[in-house]
Ligand binder design. Structure first.
Ligand code: HSE
Length: 336
């Protein structure tokens, strides 16, 4: 399977390391032979139609800060021209989420789909701003658009609700979908001030480059949009979410919640309305996870409430979600 990777940060690099370390069993178990033919980052690109040497690629990125130094013979092809001109089966979009205009991911994805390439996106921006139209574009071009890593990272939250709960009618759900704010709130419950907890989260590398995405609830809202569209069949985008972050949560709020055997969590919920905001959650509720963990509880008409808990971010974890999507695409292609 010929693959183009857009963006070569932690997730992109984890993905190619995963391909390397699992190449034998991926082929033996699933018949999957990933061949990465093109990779680009913000500074340049690397191309090899016969398959990029992934170890050499990671080494070039580490040494020079870009994939453009992969080969001595430099190619000047831009990312967009790579998508337009290089023959590939799947585009893996890993550039940073942007909730203003969703670029550059949006153009990467739409260009690839118009070229009949399947797309795997872990970039939430395009889906948060244009989920309904992207799905239409995928259907029109008869390609698959997969995004299992956008919610829950490696924890298959979307697949669980869509696949394992098939036939059920999910009536509502609520989840802790942002690990960074959960880490901050957990530390505040342990006595730290908001400022100290934020500083600690930054030192640990959890906070997005634009901290507002975590702190003001935008990341959680984007995940809620994706869930609402994919799981509940709604046609909504970011402006439809009532969104409040955690900046105004005080230590008093946290202490008052503790008196009621509760903790304050940034919940993304779909009940009567779509909302992200700090809410009290009982310490006895399985949803009440701590640290950077994510958790989501789905309530269905017949099977009651089930809670899934797992890591919601991380390079290797998210790379494993891409692998999951790739295997689904491989299976569909094999069927046809
Ligand atoms: N900033 C996100 C989080 C990363 O803290 O959960 C994954 O989307």
């Amino acid at each position: 399977m010929r693959i183009i990777i857009c963006g070569f940060g932690v997730v992109g690099q984890s993905l190619v390391k995963l391909f390397e370390s699992r190449s034998e069993d991926l082929y033996a178990k699933y018949g999957l032979k990933p061949r990465v033919v093109g990779v680009f980052d913000s500074k340049g690109s690397a191309v090899d139609l016969s398959g990029i040497d992934l170890e050499k690629l990671v080494a070039a990125k580490k040494k020079f800060g870009s994939v453009k130094n992969y080969s001595k013979i430099k190619n000047n092809i831009s990312g967009l021209n790579m998508i337009k001109n290089l023959d590939a089966d799947v585009l893996v979009e890993t550039t940073a989420s942007n909730y203003k205009d969703a670029e550059p991911g949006m153009t990467h994805i739409t260009t690839a789909m118009k070229k009949k390439m399947h797309v795997i996106s872990v970039n939430k921006g395009p889906l948060a701003l244009a989920f309904p139209s992207l799905l239409e574009l995928a259907a029109y071009n008869q390609v698959m658009l997969k995004f299992s890593g956008t919610v829950g990272g490696g924890t298959p939250i979307l697949d669980y609700a869509k696949g394992s709960l098939r036939g059920e009618r999910i009536t509502s759900f609520a989840g802790i979908l942002n690990g960074t704010t959960n880490y901050i709130l957990t530390n505040m419950a342990n006595g730290l001030s908001f400022e100290s907890a934020l500083k600690d989260a930054k030192n640990k590398g959890y906070v997005e480059a634009d901290e507002s995405l975590d702190l003001d609830g935008l990341d959680a809202a984007a995940k809620l949009v994706i869930l609402a569209n994919w799981i509940m069949g709604m046609k909504v985008t970011m402006p439809d979410i009532k969104c409040t972050g955690i900046r105004n949560v005080t230590t008093d709020d946290i202490k008052n919640a503790a008196k009621k055997n509760c903790a304050i969590k940034l919940l993304a919920s779909c009940n009567r309305e779509l909302e992200v905001g700090p809410k009290e959650v009982s310490l006895d509720d399985p949803l009440c996870v701590n640290g950077t963990l994510n958790a989501i509880a789905f309530t269905s008409e017949h099977s009651g409430t089930q809670t899934i808990i797992g890591k919601g971010a991380g390079g290797m974890e998210t790379a494993s979600s891409i692998l999951r999507d790739l295997l689904d695409i491989r299976k569909e292609i094999a069927k046809n």
